[in-house]
Design a protein around this ligand. Structure first.
Ligand SMILES: *Cc1c(COP(=O)(O)O)cnc(C)c1O
Length: 456
Protein backbone atom coordinates (compact mmCIF):
# COMPACT_ATOMS: atom_id res chain seq x y z
CA UNK A 1 0.00 0.00 0.00
CA UNK A 2 1.25 3.46 -0.92
CA UNK A 3 2.40 5.68 1.91
CA UNK A 4 -0.50 7.61 3.39
CA UNK A 5 -0.22 11.31 2.47
CA UNK A 6 0.22 14.02 5.08
CA UNK A 7 -3.17 15.37 4.12
CA UNK A 8 -6.04 13.30 2.78
CA UNK A 9 -8.52 15.42 0.86
CA UNK A 10 -11.61 13.92 -0.71
CA UNK A 11 -12.38 15.32 -4.14
CA UNK A 12 -15.59 17.29 -4.60
CA UNK A 13 -17.27 14.28 -6.20
CA UNK A 14 -16.29 12.05 -3.25
CA UNK A 15 -17.94 14.39 -0.72
CA UNK A 16 -20.71 12.73 1.27
CA UNK A 17 -24.15 14.19 0.42
CA UNK A 18 -26.01 12.82 3.45
CA UNK A 19 -25.88 13.33 7.18
CA UNK A 20 -25.77 10.25 9.40
CA UNK A 21 -28.41 9.71 12.10
CA UNK A 22 -26.97 7.24 14.61
CA UNK A 23 -30.26 7.05 16.55
CA UNK A 24 -31.57 4.82 13.75
CA UNK A 25 -29.20 2.04 14.89
CA UNK A 26 -29.00 2.62 18.63
CA UNK A 27 -30.25 -0.39 20.61
CA UNK A 28 -31.93 1.95 23.07
CA UNK A 29 -32.85 5.54 22.26
CA UNK A 30 -32.17 8.59 24.41
CA UNK A 31 -35.23 9.57 26.45
CA UNK A 32 -37.55 11.97 24.63
CA UNK A 33 -37.57 15.64 25.63
CA UNK A 34 -40.18 16.36 28.28
CA UNK A 35 -42.44 19.38 28.27
CA UNK A 36 -42.13 20.61 31.89
CA UNK A 37 -45.67 22.03 31.76
CA UNK A 38 -47.34 18.71 30.94
CA UNK A 39 -44.74 16.16 32.11
CA UNK A 40 -45.20 14.46 28.73
CA UNK A 41 -42.88 13.94 25.78
CA UNK A 42 -42.49 17.07 23.66
CA UNK A 43 -44.47 17.07 20.45
CA UNK A 44 -43.69 18.81 17.20
CA UNK A 45 -46.15 21.56 18.17
CA UNK A 46 -44.56 22.08 21.59
CA UNK A 47 -41.30 22.93 19.86
CA UNK A 48 -42.67 25.13 17.07
CA UNK A 49 -42.56 28.46 18.94
CA UNK A 50 -38.82 28.03 19.49
CA UNK A 51 -37.29 26.11 16.56
CA UNK A 52 -38.01 26.06 12.84
CA UNK A 53 -40.02 23.20 11.40
CA UNK A 54 -37.41 21.29 9.38
CA UNK A 55 -35.06 21.34 12.37
CA UNK A 56 -37.78 19.99 14.67
CA UNK A 57 -38.33 17.15 12.24
CA UNK A 58 -34.62 16.34 12.35
CA UNK A 59 -34.62 16.74 16.13
CA UNK A 60 -37.35 14.13 16.53
CA UNK A 61 -36.24 11.78 13.73
CA UNK A 62 -35.09 8.48 15.21
CA UNK A 63 -35.84 6.34 12.13
CA UNK A 64 -33.87 7.50 9.09
CA UNK A 65 -30.20 6.49 9.16
CA UNK A 66 -29.33 8.92 6.36
CA UNK A 67 -30.77 12.37 5.76
CA UNK A 68 -30.06 14.12 2.45
CA UNK A 69 -28.17 17.39 2.64
CA UNK A 70 -30.06 19.95 0.51
CA UNK A 71 -28.12 21.15 -2.56
CA UNK A 72 -28.05 24.75 -1.30
CA UNK A 73 -26.29 23.60 1.89
CA UNK A 74 -23.87 21.48 -0.16
CA UNK A 75 -23.06 24.67 -2.12
CA UNK A 76 -22.25 26.44 1.13
CA UNK A 77 -20.20 23.47 2.39
CA UNK A 78 -18.15 23.49 -0.79
CA UNK A 79 -16.82 26.97 0.08
CA UNK A 80 -14.73 25.37 2.83
CA UNK A 81 -15.19 21.58 2.63
CA UNK A 82 -14.09 18.86 2.42
CA UNK A 83 -11.76 19.39 5.36
CA UNK A 84 -8.50 17.45 5.47
CA UNK A 85 -7.80 14.29 7.44
CA UNK A 86 -4.20 14.86 8.46
CA UNK A 87 -1.65 12.19 9.30
CA UNK A 88 0.33 13.66 12.18
CA UNK A 89 3.67 12.27 11.01
CA UNK A 90 5.56 15.08 12.71
CA UNK A 91 3.84 14.58 16.05
CA UNK A 92 4.42 10.82 15.83
CA UNK A 93 8.14 11.47 15.32
CA UNK A 94 8.24 14.00 18.17
CA UNK A 95 6.61 11.50 20.53
CA UNK A 96 8.63 8.52 19.24
CA UNK A 97 5.45 6.49 19.31
CA UNK A 98 4.70 3.35 17.30
CA UNK A 99 1.07 4.58 17.08
CA UNK A 100 -0.36 6.18 13.95
CA UNK A 101 -2.01 9.51 14.69
CA UNK A 102 -4.62 11.20 12.50
CA UNK A 103 -6.68 14.31 13.01
CA UNK A 104 -9.66 15.74 11.18
CA UNK A 105 -9.08 19.49 10.93
CA UNK A 106 -12.16 21.72 11.02
CA UNK A 107 -10.43 25.08 11.47
CA UNK A 108 -10.04 25.97 7.79
CA UNK A 109 -12.76 28.61 7.58
CA UNK A 110 -13.03 32.21 8.80
CA UNK A 111 -15.13 31.31 11.85
CA UNK A 112 -12.28 28.98 12.77
CA UNK A 113 -14.22 25.88 13.82
CA UNK A 114 -16.65 23.11 12.94
CA UNK A 115 -19.59 25.30 14.07
CA UNK A 116 -20.12 26.53 10.51
CA UNK A 117 -21.38 23.05 9.52
CA UNK A 118 -24.52 23.50 11.58
CA UNK A 119 -24.79 27.29 11.16
CA UNK A 120 -25.08 26.86 7.38
CA UNK A 121 -27.85 24.29 7.78
CA UNK A 122 -29.81 26.10 10.46
CA UNK A 123 -29.86 29.45 8.67
CA UNK A 124 -30.81 27.76 5.41
CA UNK A 125 -33.86 26.11 7.00
CA UNK A 126 -34.84 29.33 8.82
CA UNK A 127 -34.71 31.26 5.55
CA UNK A 128 -36.69 28.54 3.79
CA UNK A 129 -39.42 28.96 6.40
CA UNK A 130 -39.50 32.73 5.76
CA UNK A 131 -37.96 33.76 9.07
CA UNK A 132 -36.17 37.11 9.03
CA UNK A 133 -34.48 37.21 12.46
CA UNK A 134 -32.43 34.78 14.52
CA UNK A 135 -31.00 34.97 18.02
CA UNK A 136 -28.36 32.84 19.63
CA UNK A 137 -25.78 32.67 22.38
CA UNK A 138 -22.08 32.17 22.04
CA UNK A 139 -19.53 31.10 24.62
CA UNK A 140 -16.05 31.24 23.22
CA UNK A 141 -17.36 33.06 20.15
CA UNK A 142 -16.95 30.52 17.37
CA UNK A 143 -20.65 29.75 17.12
CA UNK A 144 -21.65 33.41 16.95
CA UNK A 145 -19.09 34.04 14.24
CA UNK A 146 -20.17 31.01 12.25
CA UNK A 147 -23.80 32.01 12.49
CA UNK A 148 -22.98 35.57 11.43
CA UNK A 149 -21.26 34.19 8.32
CA UNK A 150 -24.25 32.03 7.45
CA UNK A 151 -26.73 34.85 8.19
CA UNK A 152 -24.79 37.20 5.90
CA UNK A 153 -24.88 34.59 3.14
CA UNK A 154 -28.63 33.92 3.41
CA UNK A 155 -29.63 37.50 4.32
CA UNK A 156 -31.02 36.94 7.84
CA UNK A 157 -30.79 39.38 10.77
CA UNK A 158 -28.84 38.16 13.82
CA UNK A 159 -28.47 39.01 17.55
CA UNK A 160 -25.75 37.12 19.45
CA UNK A 161 -25.67 37.00 23.27
CA UNK A 162 -22.00 36.52 24.14
CA UNK A 163 -20.89 35.07 27.51
CA UNK A 164 -19.44 38.18 29.18
CA UNK A 165 -16.01 36.82 30.20
CA UNK A 166 -15.39 35.52 26.71
CA UNK A 167 -16.58 38.76 25.11
CA UNK A 168 -14.11 40.65 27.29
CA UNK A 169 -11.25 38.22 26.58
CA UNK A 170 -11.87 38.27 22.83
CA UNK A 171 -13.11 41.70 21.73
CA UNK A 172 -12.37 41.00 18.09
CA UNK A 173 -14.84 38.12 17.98
CA UNK A 174 -17.55 40.74 18.29
CA UNK A 175 -15.96 42.76 15.49
CA UNK A 176 -15.95 39.74 13.20
CA UNK A 177 -19.64 39.20 14.00
CA UNK A 178 -20.28 42.88 13.18
CA UNK A 179 -18.30 42.59 9.96
CA UNK A 180 -20.72 39.90 8.83
CA UNK A 181 -23.68 42.09 9.83
CA UNK A 182 -24.60 40.55 13.21
CA UNK A 183 -25.00 42.28 16.60
CA UNK A 184 -23.00 41.02 19.63
CA UNK A 185 -24.39 41.68 23.15
CA UNK A 186 -22.38 40.70 26.28
CA UNK A 187 -24.50 38.48 28.56
CA UNK A 188 -25.98 38.78 31.13
CA UNK A 189 -27.33 42.05 29.71
CA UNK A 190 -30.07 44.50 30.60
CA UNK A 191 -31.85 43.84 27.29
CA UNK A 192 -33.92 40.95 28.71
CA UNK A 193 -35.91 40.21 31.86
CA UNK A 194 -33.85 37.13 32.71
CA UNK A 195 -30.61 39.05 32.11
CA UNK A 196 -31.70 41.83 34.48
CA UNK A 197 -32.72 39.25 37.10
CA UNK A 198 -29.39 37.40 36.90
CA UNK A 199 -27.49 40.71 37.11
CA UNK A 200 -29.49 41.76 40.17
CA UNK A 201 -28.77 38.47 41.96
CA UNK A 202 -25.16 38.17 40.87
CA UNK A 203 -23.78 41.56 39.77
CA UNK A 204 -20.16 40.47 39.26
CA UNK A 205 -20.94 37.36 37.22
CA UNK A 206 -18.89 36.63 34.12
CA UNK A 207 -21.93 34.94 32.67
CA UNK A 208 -22.41 31.41 31.43
CA UNK A 209 -23.77 29.69 28.37
CA UNK A 210 -26.90 28.84 30.35
CA UNK A 211 -27.64 32.56 31.02
CA UNK A 212 -26.89 33.56 27.44
CA UNK A 213 -29.26 30.87 26.15
CA UNK A 214 -32.06 32.17 28.36
CA UNK A 215 -31.56 35.69 27.05
CA UNK A 216 -31.48 34.61 23.42
CA UNK A 217 -34.63 32.52 23.88
CA UNK A 218 -36.48 35.34 25.55
CA UNK A 219 -35.61 37.74 22.73
CA UNK A 220 -36.63 35.16 20.10
CA UNK A 221 -40.04 34.70 21.74
CA UNK A 222 -40.60 38.47 21.92
CA UNK A 223 -39.48 39.27 18.36
CA UNK A 224 -41.70 38.80 15.32
CA UNK A 225 -40.61 36.24 12.72
CA UNK A 226 -37.68 35.24 14.88
CA UNK A 227 -36.33 31.95 16.16
CA UNK A 228 -33.60 30.93 18.52
CA UNK A 229 -30.82 28.70 17.17
CA UNK A 230 -28.35 26.69 19.19
CA UNK A 231 -24.83 25.62 18.25
CA UNK A 232 -24.47 22.37 20.18
CA UNK A 233 -26.18 19.77 22.40
CA UNK A 234 -29.37 19.27 20.34
CA UNK A 235 -29.88 16.25 18.10
CA UNK A 236 -30.19 18.28 14.89
CA UNK A 237 -26.91 20.09 15.57
CA UNK A 238 -25.14 16.80 16.12
CA UNK A 239 -26.73 15.55 12.92
CA UNK A 240 -25.30 18.44 10.87
CA UNK A 241 -21.88 17.81 12.40
CA UNK A 242 -21.92 14.26 11.07
CA UNK A 243 -20.55 15.73 7.84
CA UNK A 244 -17.24 15.57 9.78
CA UNK A 245 -17.64 11.87 10.49
CA UNK A 246 -18.98 11.07 7.02
CA UNK A 247 -15.93 12.63 5.39
CA UNK A 248 -13.57 11.02 7.88
CA UNK A 249 -15.19 7.64 7.32
CA UNK A 250 -14.87 7.97 3.53
CA UNK A 251 -11.22 9.04 3.80
CA UNK A 252 -10.46 6.11 6.13
CA UNK A 253 -12.13 3.68 3.70
CA UNK A 254 -10.15 5.11 0.79
CA UNK A 255 -6.83 4.48 2.52
CA UNK A 256 -7.84 1.43 4.56
CA UNK A 257 -7.34 3.20 7.87
CA UNK A 258 -9.04 1.48 10.82
CA UNK A 259 -9.06 3.67 13.91
CA UNK A 260 -8.67 1.77 17.20
CA UNK A 261 -9.54 4.83 19.21
CA UNK A 262 -11.38 8.04 18.30
CA UNK A 263 -10.99 11.02 20.60
CA UNK A 264 -12.80 14.34 20.68
CA UNK A 265 -13.26 17.27 22.98
CA UNK A 266 -16.75 17.58 24.38
CA UNK A 267 -18.53 20.77 25.36
CA UNK A 268 -22.09 20.08 24.35
CA UNK A 269 -20.94 17.09 22.32
CA UNK A 270 -21.68 18.14 18.74
CA UNK A 271 -18.25 17.77 17.12
CA UNK A 272 -17.53 14.51 18.90
CA UNK A 273 -20.98 13.14 18.15
CA UNK A 274 -20.59 14.17 14.51
CA UNK A 275 -17.10 12.72 14.17
CA UNK A 276 -17.90 9.33 15.66
CA UNK A 277 -21.40 8.82 14.23
CA UNK A 278 -20.69 6.40 11.32
CA UNK A 279 -17.94 4.67 13.30
CA UNK A 280 -20.35 4.23 16.19
CA UNK A 281 -22.81 2.53 13.84
CA UNK A 282 -20.15 -0.10 13.08
CA UNK A 283 -19.43 -0.53 16.77
CA UNK A 284 -23.12 -0.88 17.69
CA UNK A 285 -23.61 -3.44 14.92
CA UNK A 286 -20.61 -5.39 16.21
CA UNK A 287 -18.48 -4.86 13.08
CA UNK A 288 -15.63 -3.15 14.96
CA UNK A 289 -14.45 -2.63 18.49
CA UNK A 290 -13.40 1.00 18.14
CA UNK A 291 -13.03 2.89 21.42
CA UNK A 292 -14.54 6.36 21.74
CA UNK A 293 -13.25 8.93 24.21
CA UNK A 294 -14.81 12.25 25.20
CA UNK A 295 -12.42 14.80 26.70
CA UNK A 296 -13.68 17.58 28.92
CA UNK A 297 -12.21 20.29 31.14
CA UNK A 298 -11.71 19.37 34.79
CA UNK A 299 -13.43 22.67 35.59
CA UNK A 300 -16.70 21.68 33.86
CA UNK A 301 -16.84 17.88 34.14
CA UNK A 302 -20.36 16.96 33.04
CA UNK A 303 -19.63 13.39 31.88
CA UNK A 304 -16.94 12.44 34.37
CA UNK A 305 -18.60 13.88 37.49
CA UNK A 306 -22.14 14.83 36.45
CA UNK A 307 -25.45 13.06 36.96
CA UNK A 308 -27.54 11.35 34.30
CA UNK A 309 -30.77 13.22 34.92
CA UNK A 310 -33.54 15.26 33.37
CA UNK A 311 -32.46 18.88 33.30
CA UNK A 312 -33.13 22.18 31.62
CA UNK A 313 -30.83 23.32 28.85
CA UNK A 314 -30.57 26.84 30.26
CA UNK A 315 -30.20 28.73 33.53
CA UNK A 316 -33.60 30.41 33.11
CA UNK A 317 -35.24 26.95 33.05
CA UNK A 318 -37.20 27.71 29.90
CA UNK A 319 -36.20 24.80 27.62
CA UNK A 320 -37.79 21.36 27.57
CA UNK A 321 -36.27 18.84 29.97
CA UNK A 322 -33.60 16.60 28.46
CA UNK A 323 -32.12 13.51 30.02
CA UNK A 324 -28.37 13.99 29.88
CA UNK A 325 -25.20 14.04 31.93
CA UNK A 326 -25.38 17.38 33.68
CA UNK A 327 -23.90 19.46 36.47
CA UNK A 328 -27.25 21.20 36.95
CA UNK A 329 -28.46 24.18 34.95
CA UNK A 330 -27.44 26.46 37.85
CA UNK A 331 -23.79 25.39 37.60
CA UNK A 332 -21.54 28.30 36.64
CA UNK A 333 -17.98 27.28 35.79
CA UNK A 334 -15.04 29.07 37.34
CA UNK A 335 -14.29 32.34 35.48
CA UNK A 336 -10.57 31.48 35.27
CA UNK A 337 -11.42 28.79 32.73
CA UNK A 338 -10.02 29.91 29.38
CA UNK A 339 -11.51 27.89 26.59
CA UNK A 340 -15.05 27.02 25.63
CA UNK A 341 -16.56 23.71 26.76
CA UNK A 342 -18.31 25.56 29.59
CA UNK A 343 -21.76 24.07 29.16
CA UNK A 344 -23.40 22.36 32.17
CA UNK A 345 -24.90 19.46 30.18
CA UNK A 346 -24.03 17.07 27.36
CA UNK A 347 -25.79 15.98 24.17
CA UNK A 348 -28.56 13.50 25.07
CA UNK A 349 -27.32 11.16 22.29
CA UNK A 350 -23.74 11.13 23.59
CA UNK A 351 -25.00 10.91 27.17
CA UNK A 352 -26.97 7.80 26.32
CA UNK A 353 -24.06 6.19 24.43
CA UNK A 354 -21.80 6.94 27.39
CA UNK A 355 -24.38 5.65 29.86
CA UNK A 356 -24.68 2.41 27.87
CA UNK A 357 -20.92 1.84 27.84
CA UNK A 358 -20.11 2.68 24.21
CA UNK A 359 -17.93 5.61 25.16
CA UNK A 360 -15.55 6.63 27.92
CA UNK A 361 -14.61 10.08 29.19
CA UNK A 362 -11.59 11.81 30.72
CA UNK A 363 -11.01 15.30 32.03
CA UNK A 364 -7.90 17.48 32.16
CA UNK A 365 -6.85 20.69 33.88
CA UNK A 366 -6.30 23.58 31.53
CA UNK A 367 -2.54 23.99 32.11
CA UNK A 368 -2.04 20.36 30.96
CA UNK A 369 -4.20 21.11 27.95
CA UNK A 370 -2.07 24.12 27.02
CA UNK A 371 1.15 22.07 27.47
CA UNK A 372 -0.25 19.74 24.80
CA UNK A 373 -1.45 22.61 22.59
CA UNK A 374 2.01 24.14 22.45
CA UNK A 375 3.77 20.85 21.88
CA UNK A 376 1.38 20.19 19.00
CA UNK A 377 1.65 23.68 17.48
CA UNK A 378 5.45 23.54 17.40
CA UNK A 379 5.62 20.33 15.38
CA UNK A 380 2.35 20.27 13.39
CA UNK A 381 2.25 24.01 12.65
CA UNK A 382 -1.44 24.64 13.30
CA UNK A 383 -2.30 26.84 16.30
CA UNK A 384 -5.06 24.84 17.98
CA UNK A 385 -8.12 26.21 19.78
CA UNK A 386 -8.02 25.55 23.54
CA UNK A 387 -11.14 23.37 23.17
CA UNK A 388 -9.52 21.23 20.50
CA UNK A 389 -6.40 20.96 22.62
CA UNK A 390 -8.29 18.80 25.11
CA UNK A 391 -8.43 16.15 22.39
CA UNK A 392 -4.76 16.72 21.53
CA UNK A 393 -3.81 16.13 25.18
CA UNK A 394 -5.72 12.82 25.27
CA UNK A 395 -4.27 11.72 21.91
CA UNK A 396 -0.73 12.49 23.07
CA UNK A 397 -1.29 10.56 26.30
CA UNK A 398 -2.60 7.58 24.32
CA UNK A 399 0.38 7.73 21.92
CA UNK A 400 2.77 7.81 24.89
CA UNK A 401 1.04 4.77 26.39
CA UNK A 402 1.62 3.00 23.06
CA UNK A 403 5.27 3.96 23.28
CA UNK A 404 5.50 2.15 26.63
CA UNK A 405 3.63 -0.93 25.51
CA UNK A 406 4.86 -1.01 21.91
CA UNK A 407 1.27 -1.13 20.62
CA UNK A 408 0.84 0.10 17.05
CA UNK A 409 -2.59 1.60 17.59
CA UNK A 410 -4.35 3.88 15.16
CA UNK A 411 -5.42 7.01 17.01
CA UNK A 412 -7.79 9.51 15.42
CA UNK A 413 -8.91 12.78 16.95
CA UNK A 414 -10.97 15.82 16.04
CA UNK A 415 -9.04 19.07 15.74
CA UNK A 416 -12.09 21.29 15.90
CA UNK A 417 -10.59 24.72 15.37
CA UNK A 418 -7.85 27.31 15.48
CA UNK A 419 -6.84 29.49 18.41
CA UNK A 420 -6.13 32.92 16.91
CA UNK A 421 -8.73 34.58 19.14
CA UNK A 422 -7.45 32.81 22.23
CA UNK A 423 -4.13 34.60 22.54
CA UNK A 424 -5.08 36.10 25.93
CA UNK A 425 -5.30 32.54 27.25
CA UNK A 426 -2.10 31.51 25.48
CA UNK A 427 -0.37 34.59 26.93
CA UNK A 428 -1.56 33.70 30.45
CA UNK A 429 -0.15 30.22 29.97
CA UNK A 430 3.17 31.47 28.54
CA UNK A 431 3.50 34.01 31.36
CA UNK A 432 3.00 31.25 33.92
CA UNK A 433 -0.16 33.03 35.09
CA UNK A 434 -2.67 30.36 34.16
CA UNK A 435 -4.19 28.50 37.09
CA UNK A 436 -6.31 25.38 37.36
CA UNK A 437 -9.54 25.10 39.19
CA UNK A 438 -11.20 21.81 39.89
CA UNK A 439 -14.62 22.17 41.49
CA UNK A 440 -14.95 20.50 44.88
CA UNK A 441 -17.73 18.00 45.53
CA UNK A 442 -19.44 20.79 47.47
CA UNK A 443 -19.30 23.11 44.45
CA UNK A 444 -20.89 20.38 42.36
CA UNK A 445 -23.59 19.77 44.98
CA UNK A 446 -24.70 23.38 44.54
CA UNK A 447 -25.22 22.71 40.84
CA UNK A 448 -27.01 19.40 41.47
CA UNK A 449 -29.34 21.19 43.89
CA UNK A 450 -30.68 23.11 40.87
CA UNK A 451 -31.76 19.92 39.08
CA UNK A 452 -35.54 19.82 38.66
CA UNK A 453 -37.34 17.41 40.94
CA UNK A 454 -39.06 15.17 38.44
CA UNK A 455 -40.68 11.81 38.58
CA UNK A 456 -41.46 10.19 35.23
C1 LIG B 1 -17.78 24.96 20.25
C2 LIG B 1 -16.48 24.31 20.11
C3 LIG B 1 -16.23 23.07 20.72
C4 LIG B 1 -17.20 22.35 21.62
O1 LIG B 1 -18.49 22.17 21.17
P1 LIG B 1 -19.08 20.72 20.90
O2 LIG B 1 -20.51 20.96 20.65
O3 LIG B 1 -18.81 19.89 22.10
O4 LIG B 1 -18.38 20.23 19.70
C5 LIG B 1 -15.01 22.48 20.50
N1 LIG B 1 -14.06 23.08 19.76
C6 LIG B 1 -14.26 24.26 19.17
C7 LIG B 1 -13.16 24.86 18.36
C8 LIG B 1 -15.48 24.92 19.32
O5 LIG B 1 -15.68 26.09 18.72
Amino acid sequence: MAKIPYKIYLSESEMPTQWHNVRAVMKELPDPFINPATGKACTFDDLRPVFCDDLIEQELNTKDLYIDIPGEIMDFYKMYRPSPLVRAYNLERELETPAEIYYKFEGNNTSGSHKLNSAAAQVYYAKKQGLTHLTTETGAGQWGTALAMACAFYGVDLKVYMVKVSAEQKPHRKNVIRTYGGEGIPSPSDTTEIGRKILAENPGTGGSLGCAISEAMETALKTENCRYVLGSVLNHVLLHQTIIGQETYAACKKYDIQPDIIIGCAGGGSNLGGLISPFMEDRILGKTNTQFVAVEPASCPSLTRGRYAFDFGDTGKTTPLMRMYTLGSGFIPSPNHAGGLRYHGMSPILSKLYHDGYMSAVSYEQTKVFDAAIRFARVEGTLPAPESSHAIKAAIDEALRCKETGEEKTILFGLTGTGYFDMTAYAAYLDGAMTDYIPTDEDLEKGFATLPKVDF
